[in-house]
Design a binder for this molecule. Structure first.
Ligand code: ADP
Ligand code: 5GP
Length: 189
C-alpha cells in the first residue's frame, strides 16, 4: 500500500540524508525519494538524478515559468524545488511511499498544496554540534556554513512552534533511526 508522503525537514547538517540512506538501504522497495532540482553544485559522491537533479539557474527558472514545481525556494544562495514529476515518479510510477527532504519554506508551501503528507523534523542536539557536523562533512565553504547555521535558527524556531507532526533529535544515530522508523511505520497521524 502506498502511504501518505512523508516530508522530512531540519537544519542542513542535522543528519537527514544519513538517516534516509539507512532507510532506503533497509527498505529498498517500500519508499522512494522525491528527487529535487537544485542549482547548487554536486558534492563529492553525489550523483545527478539520484541525490538531486542538478540544474543550471536558466533551466531552473524555465521550470518555474512552466509551472513544473509543487514548491521551490532559495536556500543559501541556490534554488531548490520539488517537481510534480519527482513526486509522481515515486507515488504513481513506482507505487511507493514518497519521501521528501525539503527546507522550512518548502514545508510551508507544501502545507498550502493538496499533498497531505506527514511532517517529520530532525533536530540536531545543539547548534554547536550542528556546526561540528557541517565542518566534519567537509562540504561547505565558511560562507555557506554560516548561511546554514543562520537558517538553522529559523528552522528550529518553526519546529518549536508546532510546524511538524513529530520532532526527532538526532543525537545517537541508531536511536534516531529507530524513532524515525517508528514514526514512518506508525498508524497514520
Ligand atoms: P543533512 O542531510 O541533514 O544535511 P547529513 O546526513 O549530510 O545531514 O549529515 C551531516 C554530517 O553529520 C555527516 O557528516 C554525517 O555523517 C554526520 N552525522 C549524521 N548523523 C550523526 C549523528 N547522529 N552523530 C554524529 N554525526 C552524525
Ligand atoms: P543541501 O544543499 O544541504 O543538500 O540542502 C539544503 C537545504 O535545502 C536542506 O534544508 C534541504 O532539506 C533543502 N532542500 C532540498 N531539496 C529541496 C526542495 O526541493 N525544496 C526545498 N524547499 N528545499 C529543499
Amino acid at each position: 500500500m502506498v502511504g501518505r508522503p512523508i516530508v522530512i525537514s531540519g537544519p542542513s547538517g542535522t543528519g537527514k540524508s544519513t538517516l534516509l540512506k539507512k532507510l532506503f538501504a533497509e527498505y529498498p522497495s517500500t519508499f522512494g525519494f522525491s528527487i529535487s532540482n537544485t542549482t547548487r553544485a554536486p558534492r563529492a559522491g553525489e550523483k545527478d538524478g539520484v541525490d538531486y537533479n542538478f540544474s543550471t539557474v536558466e533551466e531552473f527558472k524555465k521550470m518555474i515559468d512552466e509551472n513544473k514545481f509543487i514548491e521551490w525556494a532559495q536556500f543559501s544562495g541556490n534554488y531548490y524545488g520539488t517537481s510534480f514529476k519527482g513526486v509522481s515518479d515515486v507515488s504513481e510510477k513506482l507505487k511507493r511511499t514518497c519521501i521528501l527532504d525539503i527546507d522550512m519554506q518548502g514545508v510551508k508551501l507544501i502545507k498550502k498544496s493538496d499533498m497531505n503528507p506527514r511532517y517529520l523534523f530532525i533536530a540536531p542536539p545543539s547548534i554547536e554540534e550542528l556546526r561540528t557536523r557541517l565542518e566534519g562533512r567537509g562540504t561547505e565553504t565558511s560562507e555557506s556554513l554560516e548561511k546554514r547555521i543562520s537558517a538553522a535558527s529559523a528552522e528550529l524556531e518553526y519546529a518549536k512552534n508546532g510546524g511538524h507532526d513529530k520532532i526527532i533529535v538526532n543525537d545517537d544515530l541508531e536511536k534516531a533511526y529507530k524513532e524515525l522508523k517508528e514514526f514512518i511505520f506508525a498508524e497514520e497521524v
